[in-house]
Design a protein around this ligand. Structure first.
Ligand SMILES: NC(=O)c1ccc[n+]([C@@H]2O[C@H](COP(=O)([O-])OP(=O)(O)OC[C@H]3O[C@@H](n4cnc5c(N)ncnc54)[C@H](OP(=O)(O)O)[C@@H]3O)[C@@H](O)[C@H]2O)c1
Length: 245
């Protein structure tokens, strides 16, 4: 089966390319194929003739999505455009839900931000075209700029990191996501790590490895971020958790 990964330079996309390499999966980064450009999409489909596309591109700055005119194109419009041409697996987000979790794949999304609304629109268009949706959250791993890598860098410089103690998270390693994707799960799938903690707990785990700096617990409303779900945990949580790693 010929599989094409678009958005292949991101955290999840690069893990997919690593895992899929042995199966002949091909990855295209934004420079090779801008997913919002119809001509580039057609050229990629003509050149690689994939049986399946894994759509790992995304405008992933949650607060920035409300401000950038480019965000809707990649999060909401392009996924359906690809799915209408080729069987497509679209990466969506746990942020399509609000509390209380954990949320089942059949639960009705309740988006609370522009980013989440865009992801819901992307999901609906993909499913209407008989494509598939994979929701993830709190992904960490090599190569990307993630909560874990940012915290590790700051602690390494001896800084104090503030992390919320009142939001539950399911840290999920990108390599586990990528390995689970080799089966190309159909319909709507949740890929989440089994071990739950708070951002504060996650930061403490990073601190235990880095050995310097300090982690300070805060409430979510003390960080001044844009709208976030109160509880976006995904069910079932099938993947190994960060503590098991
Ligand atoms: N990481 C998480 O915790 C998390 C949580 C929930 C959902 N997700 C979803 O999972 C997917 C992958 O996330 P990620 O963590 O791998 O994000 P990421 O590291 O930010 O990667 C996203 C990739 O999409 C690419 N991209 C953006 N616009 C594009 C365009 N118009 N055409 C082609 N490529 C484009 C980016 O290219 P550049 O490298 O050139 O910028 C980047 O490589 C996204 O849909 C995201 O919303 C991730």
């Amino acid at each position: 089966m010929r599989v094409l990964v678009v958005g292949a330079r991101g955290l999840v996309g690069s893990a997919l390319v690593r895992a899929g390499a042995a199966h002949g999966w091909v990855g295209l980064d934004r420079a090779a194929c801008d997913v919002t450009d119809a001509a580039q999409r057609e050229a990629a489909l003509k050149r690689y003739r994939p049986d399946a596309v894994v759509f790992a591109a995304g405008f992933t700055d949650v607060d920035g999505a409300a401000l950038s005119p480019a965000s809707a194109g990649v999060n909401a419009q392009a996924p359906g455009e690809w799915a209408r041409e080729v069987e497509t697996w679209f990466f969506s987000s746990n942020f399509v839900f609000d509390g209380p979790g954990p949320h089942d794949p059949t639960a009705r999304p309740r988006p609370g931000s522009v980013y989440a609304e865009q992801k819901v629109a992307g999901e609906e268009a993909v499913l209407a075209a008989r494509g598939h949706v994979v929701r993830v959250g709190w992904v960490y791993g090599p190569g990307g700029r993630t909560f874990a890598s940012t915290v590790a860098a700051r602690l390494g410089r001896g800084e104090t990191v503030r992390a919320t103690h009142d939001v539950l998270v399911q840290p999920t390693h990108a390599d586990y996501v990528a390995n689970a994707m080799l089966a190309l799960p159909r319909g709507v799938t949740h890929l989440a790590g089994r071990a739950e903690t708070s951002w504060y707990g996650f930061a403490l785990a990073v601190h235990a490895r880095v050995g310097s700096g300090r982690v300070e617990p805060v409430r979510a409303d003390q960080l001044g971020l844009g709208p976030r779900p109160r509880d976006a945990r995904l069910a079932p949580a099938l993947l190994p958790g960060c503590w098991e790693r």
